[in-house]
Design a protein around this ligand. Structure first.
Ligand code: HEM
Length: 133
């Protein structure tokens, strides 16, 4: 018998909800000048990172673990060591993610804030540069 209790991935709304949140997150980053600094850290094509982040969040929420089982992925914190992440840039990431989650129709507000807070703590932990002078 398998354990049938719902995972956070199920409670959030599964793949359609995760894909919609991540899609909205990068759409905001591409369209809102408030995120110009964050956009500039990324490469010209956001397609691969859209897929990567959706796959990561899926596994992180207890859904299919494809991202975590892909060789070379492993630690999300180490993968970000090479990007210059200041407090300001991490703040842009967190702000866009809060908005992307809050705009998801039907998502329980408490679950949404817990998700945003946990992702925000990760983003905060990725800060590896002091602000440019
Ligand atoms: C703190 C601010 C953050 C910045 C500035 C940032 C920046 C980046 C950049 C530059 C890339 C490479 C994509 C490209 O070059 O276009 C990337 C990839 C990625 N980021 Fe972040 N990131 C941040 C926070 C996070 C957080 C909190 C998570 C996890 C919840 C995350 C998950 C990912 C994933 C899954 C990938 C794709 C990696 C792969 O699949 O190989 N990022 N990020």
């Amino acid at each position: 018998m398998s354990d049938t209790s719902p995972t956070p991935f199920d409670l959030v709304g599964g793949k359609p909800a995760v894909d919609a949140i991540v899609g909205r997150f990068y759409d905001l980053i591409e369209s809102d000048p408030d995120y110009a600094g964050l956009r500039a850290v990324h490469g010209p094509d956001l397609g691969p990172v859209r897929e990567g982040l959706a796959s990561y969040i899926t596994g992180w929420l207890g859904g299919p673990r494809d991202w975590f089982e892909t060789p070379g992925k492993g630690c999300i914190m180490s993968l970000h060591n090479g990007f210059a992440i200041t407090t300001d840039i991490a703040g842009q990431w967190i702000n866009a993610m809060i908005r992307a989650i809050a705009a998801e129709p039907g998502l329980d507000e408490h679950l949404g804030s817990q998700m945003a807070e946990a992702l925000g703590r990760m983003a905060h932990g990725m800060i590896n540069r002091t602000e440019a002078a």
